[in-house]
Write a protein that binds this ligand. Structure first.
Ligand SMILES: [Zn+2]
Length: 301
C-alpha cells in the first residue's frame, strides 16, 4: 500500500459519499491507500475559481478526510490575508494535519509570512510549500526558487516540504536540503527539517536526472523523500499515477534501494511528516564544505 503525498481537492461542493467512494476506489486501483489531501485555495489565490468561504473550504476538506485515518487534511492558507490567524486556529481546532502554502506574490522570508510559519511550527504542524516553476500565468517564479526558503532555517522544529523537487531548480533544491541538514548537525537551534516532495513537475525527460541527483548526491535523504502524484480527488487519475509509479520504480531499481528505503519513500516519510509516525530516526549530516559526514544521534526532531 502506497500513500500519495500530494492530492488536491478539485471542485467546490464536489463532495458527497459517492464522490469520495469513487476517489477511494480509483486510488486503490492505482495501489494508493491514502495520502495528503489539500483543501481548495483561499479566496486571494489566483487558483481560486469559487469564492468559497474559509469555513466552507475547511468543512469540505474535513468531509473528504473524515473517517479515514490514512487521509491527512492539509488546509491551504495565504499567510498575508488579514484573517489568516483565525483561519489557522479554526483549522487547528478541527485537528487538521497540516497546511499548504503557495508563495505566489511574496517571498517565504516575508516577515509576516515567517511569523505565520513560526506559529504553525509551534503547533507541531507541517507545511507543504509549492516550489519550482508556477503555472499561474503571472511573473511569480522568483518567489518559489528553493534558495528563497533558506529563511525557514530560523524557525525551530518546523517540518516543511518543497514540492516537485522544485523543478527546474532541482540542483538548487538538493543544495538547500543539504544546507538544512548541515545546519541541523552544526547548530543546536537549527531544528527545521526539510522534506523532498517528488511529485511530478519534472517532465519525464528530466525525471531520471532529478532522482539520480537526489539519491546519489551523498546526503542522507532516505528519511525525507515523499512520493506524491499532484492528482485530484475528482477523477483521481489512475493512469497518470500508475505511469509515474512505474517510471520511478524503474529509475529507483537502478539505485538498488532496499525494501525499507522504498517503504520510507512511499509510506513512512509522509506519516512522519504529518506527525503520526512513532519512528525514531538518526541521520548523518554533511560537514562544512561537504568534506565528510557526522552521525546525528537520536531523533532528528
Ligand atoms: Zn499541487
Amino acid at each position: 500500500m502506497i500513500l500519495d503525498g500530494h492530492i488536491h481537492i478539485s471542485l467546490a461542493g464536489d463532495f458527497d459519499g459517492d464522490t469520495k467512494q469513487l476517489f477511494l476506489e480509483k486510488a486503490s486501483q492505482a495501489g494508493v491507500g491514502g495520502g495528503l489531501v489539500i483543501s481548495l485555495p483561499p479566496a486571494s489565490s489566483q487558483f481560486s475559481e469559487t469564492q468559497l468561504s474559509n469555513e466552507q473550504r475547511l468543512h469540505d476538506l474535513l468531509n473528504w478526510c473524515q473517517g479515514d485515518p490514512a487521509l491527512f487534511p492539509f488546509y491551504w492558507i495565504d499567510p498575508l490575508e488579514d484573517d489568516t490567524q483565525v483561519q489557522i486556529d479554526n483549522a487547528l481546532a478541527a485537528n487538521i494535519s497540516g497546511f499548504k502554502v503557495i508563495c505566489n506574490c511574496f517571498y517565504p522570508s516575508d516577515p509576516v509570512a515567517l511569523d505565520v510559519f513560526r506559529y504553525i511550527a509551534a503547533k507541531n504542524r507541517p507545511i507543504l510549500f509549492h516550489s519550482g516553476i508556477l503555472w499561474d500565468g503571472q511573473p511569480s517564479s522568483k518567489y518559489n526558487m528553493p534558495a528563497a526558503f533558506e529563511a525557514l532555517i530560523e524557525i525551530p522544529k518546523l517540518r516543511f516540504a518543497l514540492a516537485h523537487i522544485s523543478w527546474p531548480w532541482c540542483d538548487e533544491h538538493i543544495a538547500v536540503y543539504g544546507k538544512f541538514l548541515n545546519a541541523y548537525g552544526n547548530r543546536k537551534d537549527a531544528t527545521a527539517e526539510m522534506f523532498i516532495d517528488i511529485s511530478p513537475g519534472t517532465p519525464e525527460l528530466y525525471r531520471r536526472e532529478a532522482l539520480l541527483k537526489v539519491f546519489r548526491v551523498g546526503y542522507d535523504v532516505c528519511h525525507n523523500v515523499i512520493f506524491g502524484s499532484d492528482s485530484f480527488t475528482r477523477n483521481y487519475n489512475i493512469d497518470w499515477v500508475k505511469r509515474w509509479l512505474d517510471i520511478d520504480r524503474k529509475i529507483l531499481d537502478e539505485f538498488e534501494l532496499n525494501k525499507e528505503a522504498l517503504n520510507l519513500i512511499y509510506v513512512e516519510n509522509l506519516r512522519r511528516f504529518v506527525g503520526i509516525s512513532k519512528h525514531h530516526i538518526s541521520r548523518t549530516a554533511p560537514l562544512q564544505g561537504q568534506s565528510g559526514f557526522t552521525e546525528l544521534p537520536g531523533d532528528i526532531r
